[in-house]
Unconditional design. Structure first.
Length: 30
């Protein structure tokens, strides 16, 4: 299943989740 990077960025903005930010970084750097 593929989640867009924007999805994780929104989670990070709302929750401050470092995990979501790391996943976001990995997705855009692939």
């Amino acid at each position: 299943m593929f989640w867009p990077a924007d999805f994780f960025w929104r989670i990070f903005e709302k929750t401050g989740s470092i995990t979501a930010y790391i996943i976001y970084r990995r997705l855009i750097l692939q």
